[in-house]
Design a protein around this ligand. Structure first.
Ligand code: THU
Length: 143
């Protein structure tokens, strides 16, 4: 199935993803992932997955993009949307841990845009759809 043409903005961000996805360090899974996030201030940050021979120390692409964002603009950064893609012609929804990581810098309406690079299919979700009832220490019931 071939998707509709992407908007010019998404097209240019997809080009950015294609440019960095081969920087992925994924010798164990051979599964390259790239993420490009847009902050509410209009800045873009990228990340790729970085694996480790101990497996559990693997850094997901979303985590790498968040790390880059916070390192550059600090703790008040807010994500407007994030694009996530792999090189297998399928969608790559964020893993559970990355949903929780993203939620720290998101609102319920932050969009997670999955792109299938080879055929331009996109699938858009909000954070509240992907992570309902998220853990948040503000809402812990203490009594
Ligand atoms: N991966 C990500 O980069 N993001 C996710 O949300 C899910 C999984 C990476 C981790 C690992 O390097 C590879 O995909 C296969 O699991």
């Amino acid at each position: 199935m071939v998707g509709t043409p992407l908007s010019p903005c998404l097209e240019s961000r997809k080009k950015r993803i294609i440019k960095i996805i081969n920087n992925s360090y994924s010798p164990y899974s051979q599964f390259k992932v790239a993420a490009n996030l847009l902050t509410e201030c209009g800045e873009q940050f990228d990340g790729v997955n970085i694996e480790n021979s101990s497996y559990s120390l693997t850094l997901c692409a979303e985590a790498a993009a968040i790390s880059s964002m916070v390192s550059k603009i600090g703790p008040n950064a807010k994500i407007k949307n994030i694009i996530i893609a792999n090189d297998k012609g399928t969608f790559c929804p964020p893993c559970g841990a990355c949903r929780q990581r993203l939620s720290e810098f998101s609102t319920d309406d932050t969009e997670v845009i999955l792109i299938s690079i080879s055929d331009n299919r996109i699938s858009t979700h909000t954070m509240s759809q992907l992570l309902p009832h998220k853990f948040c220490s503000d809402t812990l019931i203490t009594s």
